[in-house]
Design a protein around this ligand. Sequence first.
Ligand SMILES: Cc1cc2nc3c(=O)[nH]c(=O)nc-3n(C[C@H](O)[C@H](O)[C@H](O)COP(=O)(O)OP(=O)(O)OC[C@H]3O[C@@H](n4cnc5c(N)ncnc54)[C@H](O)[C@@H]3O)c2cc1C
Length: 410
Amino acid sequence: MNPCADVLVLGAGPAALCIVAQLVEHGMNVTALASHTPDQPWPNTYGIWAEELESLGMASLLGYRWSNTVSYFGDGEGMEGDSPVEHNFDYGLFDQSALQNSLLERCGNLKWHVETALKVSVLGYQTEVLCSSGNTYRARVVLDASGHKSRFISRPNHGPVAQQAAYGVVGRFSSPPVEKGQFVLMDFRPDHLNESERQKPPTFLYAMDFGDGVFFVEETSLACYPPLSRELLKNRLKSRLSSRGVEITEVIHEEHCLFPMNLPLPDRNQPVLAFGGSASMVHPASGYMVGALLRRAPTLAKQLACAMAIEPPLNSASLAEKGWSVLWSKELVQRHRLYQYGLDRLMSFEEERLRSFFATFFRLPQEEWSGFLANTLPLPKLLFVMLRLFWISPWKVRVGMILGGSSFYS
Ligand SMILES: Cc1cc2nc3c(=O)[nH]c(=O)nc-3n(C[C@H](O)[C@H](O)[C@H](O)COP(=O)(O)OP(=O)(O)OC[C@H]3O[C@@H](n4cnc5c(N)ncnc54)[C@H](O)[C@@H]3O)c2cc1C
């Protein structure tokens, strides 16, 4: 039997490393276990608006940074134009290993047990994790950071869960797919699609120049149920590129991305805590999460450190309750509901209305659209921004925001 820790963290992805680093810094006795070692490179590339990292003093963790950041939604009557919306706001990609190593350094000498958890049993003042090896580990509270597919976290069933799906290629091209030195957040121009394709759920190009003739291009579906298939996304990417006379000449890396956007919030009275994908922390309007992990881990760790010190000691369920109360505070739950409402509406928009929506969204003052996307606006300000967005939107978008558009669910 392994000795009882204060907190047992499941996972070795970004969520696990963020929270373990904070727990260790608060002097807690942590057991960490994951199906792989924590220095194994993460499979995904993580993007973030540079200001989010600057505000955390972590901008040096960016591997790439672009100042020439644009989107294309079309413009004018029928939204057929080619003018870019200039964001005038830096975007970056994490240097994956720098982020991973800096978090691991902050975890001190902590060794991860390479184990796969099978069962979590709450036993009053301790919680036990049984692993596929037959080993068991105990802690005063278990924190599940094993991603959005976690089997240990219960959540209500609100029906189908929409997924963000994307197919991307890092490679070389017959001619530059985007301007040199440019980052394209969303290219929604649909001119390469025929009428029947336009009736299907819209997708956009997310693309960037990596330098030395290497670019990343990714065809992305914001959120859809059922999710768009890899084949459809791949074909759309090819036809988008070939309509501009661009061919892929070398594939260096392929990325296939699929994760839930509107996973219901976990039950907040369960005796096991969660963080990251398992805690539904993905931003429902953008699919981003790493900035939120870095911002929210300190508050959760501090709360747990305080709760651990309470005498007489709290049991696992009470410790988890303390954690849930800050991780998903009333304010954050309300904000999440607003975002989910917004996503629900957007998913029902046909492509022209969707482009019109985004064109309007990026006409908001920069601190408003960026705060909306980072989820850093306090609730009253978020409401104000959503009302302002409604106010400045064309009638068709306003109607869609209230009644929805022609749904793609069926
Ligand atoms: C392709 C892709 C691209 C994305 N791009 C971005 C982006 O640009 N910016 C952004 O902010 N977000 C992005 N996201 C969203 C989100 O940030 C990621 O999904 C993120 O990886 C979730 O982190 P996590 O630590 O919660 O889960 P994961 O990264 O899924 O990590 C889960 C960990 O738990 C371990 N584990 C699972 N089950 C068990 C078990 N039973 N026992 C022990 N260990 C277990 C796994 O081995 C892994 O270490 C992207 C997601 C995907 C899929």
